[in-house]
Design a protein around this ligand. Sequence first.
Ligand SMILES: Nc1ncnc2c1ncn2[C@@H]1O[C@H](COP(=O)(O)OP(=O)(O)OP(=O)(O)O)[C@@H](O)[C@H]1O
Ligand SMILES: [Mg+2]
Length: 108
Amino acid sequence: MLLNLMSNALDALGTLERSARRELSVNVTETPSTVQIRVCDSGPGLSDEAHARLFEPFYTTKPQGEGLGLGLAISEQIIRDFGGSLRAERASAGACFVIELKAASVDT
Ligand SMILES: Nc1ncnc2c1ncn2[C@@H]1O[C@H](COP(=O)(O)OP(=O)(O)OP(=O)(O)O)[C@@H](O)[C@H]1O
Ligand SMILES: [Mg+2]
């Protein structure tokens, strides 16, 4: 899941002009009951259409042969199977994908 999110972020950064700032960040935040992983990039961000259709199987804006449009659909399903969620946020510059999972309970 993380590899897919990071490779999407790198693809997005690759569409920027040569001189543009390229940043990819991964941040993890914990609460007693949840773990949140945010993958953010300073790419072109999400169009209205992409934001609405991101998790649709076979939705891709990449050239034929470069993207199947399955990465996010499969990731979202896997995270849901684990009882978590995956959502996209539009940042002021770029996009963030947020994974939220229930924290495992540790018996002490
Ligand atoms: N970080 C991002 N910035 C901008 N657009 C994104 C980003 N991540 C995903 N998208 C958009 O969402 C579409 C779907 O992403 P998804 O990972 O499901 O498929 P893909 O990357 O096109 O192909 P695949 O993952 O199957 O190789 C992408 O084609 C792109 O248009
Ligand atoms: Mg992908």
